[in-house]
Design a protein around this ligand. Structure first.
Ligand code: ATP
Length: 353
């Protein structure tokens, strides 16, 4: 716990009926950062948000907000606001009244409400939209009204549950920039839920990768992308070549029937490992300079690169991103740097999947 910690989960579990949805989860959230909870459908992301918001209580463990135990503190007494996936706006109220709603419940004075609503709408670039009906707003505009309604309460934390999932790709990308920029300007802690790994990598200061009710790995986007801790993370975040191998000694790993130099990753001699090499770290090269020889099985043109699927002599599949085109059936050489090889201990958390 540091001075900047705003939320802390200590060994938190949540069961519904007899099913464990969150299993002994511990983490800390720091003030003023953009966090993303990333994981496949049903892994427990929304459950974490609901626990933070105070909509549900943990079965075991303790939740702290600002160092105060909040397990029994009701939602309306927490400095936390939620932006829901469907925005949960009131369709019969106009933009102004939607944003003012929470302040009216708190019985604030009319002129104070007026000032706060105007300021919130300005923040999300919706000045002048006060009298618009919600039904006349686009998806992106509704999203901004929902955010204005959250920030008008001056919360310390805003929880966003897949707020971009209903938007088309172009608007979604725009809103990613907008949300990130808004968070920076506000300086409020954002906890954002998504199952889209690109979105998580693009937006976050910190990502928690979740699977089956456990946090698999937490870290910055580059930590998680470059140094996945296990097969699940390597597979879920970006595309990966994951090949079984063995540590020979420091700086030397065996896979695909050969030995390769690698950077030291603190593993023991003879330890069974899996290595990860990202497709963009493989380069097609002349055979003399190649580390591996493979045969091209198929390829797809992806605009920025060709996605080429190859097999080595031992039958391992290799995915390569290359600006050069290959021929199906062609034998090609692949080159990679020792730094491109990330070595993971085999089966570290495998049994949990
Ligand atoms: P998604 O991306 O699909 O929203 P998620 O990671 O947010 O998934 P959660 O909503 O946290 O997942 O749900 C995790 C699991 O808990 C799911 O299997 C869900 O069916 C179950 N669950 C959630 N709420 C309840 C409840 N009130 N009663 C019983 N089971 C529940």
């Amino acid at each position: 716990m540091t001075e900047t910690t705003i939320i802390r989960f200590e060994n938190v579990s949540k069961q519904f009926d007899d099913t464990t949805i969150l299993d002994n989860v511990s983490f800390e959230i720091e003030r003023g950062k953009f966090y993303t909870l990333l994981g496949p459908s049903g892994c427990g992301k929304t459950t974490i948000l609901r626990l933070i918001a105070g909509f549900i209580e943990p079965t075991k463990g303790t939740i702290y907000i600002n160092d105060k135990k909040v397990n029994k503190v009701p939602a309306n007494e927490r400095q936390v606001n939620t932006v829901f996936q469907d925005y949960a706006l009131f369709p019969h109220l106009n933009v102004y009244e939607n944003v003012a709603f929470g302040l009216r419940i708190k019985k604030m004075k009319k002129n104070v409400i007026d000032e706060k609503v105007k300021e919130a709408l300005k923040f999300v670039n919706l000045e002048g939209y006060e009298n618009r009906e919600i039904t006349e707003m686009s998806g992106g505009q509704r999203q901004r009204v929902a955010i204005a309604r959250a920030i008008v309460n001056e919360p310390e934390v805003i929880l966003l549950d897949e707020p971009l999932s209903a938007l088309d790709l172009k608007l979604r990308t725009e809103m990613q920039y907008e949300l990130r920029e808004l968070q920076r300007r506000l300086g409020i802690t954002f906890i954002f839920v998504t199952h889209d790994q690109e979105e998580a990598l693009a937006m976050s200061d910190e990502i928690f990768v979740i699977n089956k009710g456990k946090i698999q790995q937490s870290g910055t986007p580059t930590d998680i992308y470059d140094e996945p801790i296990n097969r699940f993370v390597a597979d879920f975040i970006g595309e990966s070549n994951i090949i079984k191998g063995k540590m020979m000694k420091d700086f030397l790993v065996e896979f695909a029937g050969k030995q390769f130099e690698c950077v030291d990753q603190g593993l023991n001699e003879n330890e069974a490992v899996e290595i990860v090499i990202r497709p963009e770290d493989l380069e097609i090269s002349v055979k003399e300079k190649a580390n591996l020889h493979v045969r091209v099985d198929s390829q797809l043109f992806r605009g920025v690169h060709y996605e080429i699927c190859c097999f080595d002599e031992l039958g391992n599949e290799w995915l390569v991103h290359s600006t050069k085109k290959a021929e199906i059936g062609q034998e090609i050489g692949l080159r990679f740097d020792p730094e491109a090889i990330h070595v993971m201990r085999l089966g570290e958390t495998e049994e949990e999947f």
